[in-house]
Design a protein. Structure first.
Length: 79
C-alpha cells in the first residue's frame, strides 16, 4: 500500500492536518489506514487534484496542502 505520508514526516501529522482542514482521517493513531487514505483522496478531490489517489507525493497535492494549512493559520515548515 502506498503511504499518504510520503513527503511529510509522519502519518500522525497528516491525520492532524486533514482533521484541522475538515476532513475525517478516522482515529488519529499515526497509522496510514483506510480512513486516512479516504480523507486524503477527499482532500485531493475537493481541491481538483487528479488523480485523487490519496498519496501526498506530488507538487500539486503538497502545495495545496501547505496553502490550505497556512490559510487556516497553521505554521507549516518548508521541507
Amino acid at each position: 500500500m502506498e503511504q499518504v505520508a510520503t513527503k511529510i514526516s509522519h502519518a500522525f501529522e497528516v491525520q492532524d492536518a486533514l482533521f484541522a482542514l475538515g476532513f475525517k482521517p478516522g482515529r488519529q493513531d499515526g497509522a496510514d489506514g483506510p480512513a486516512t487514505q479516504t480523507a486524503a483522496r477527499a482532500f485531493q478531490s475537493v481541491n481538483g487534484i487528479a488523480p485523487a489517489n490519496g498519496v501526498f507525493d506530488d507538487v500539486a497535492t503538497m502545495s495545496t496542502f501547505r496553502y490550505q494549512l497556512t490559510n487556516a493559520g497553521f505554521d507549516v515548515p518548508l521541507v
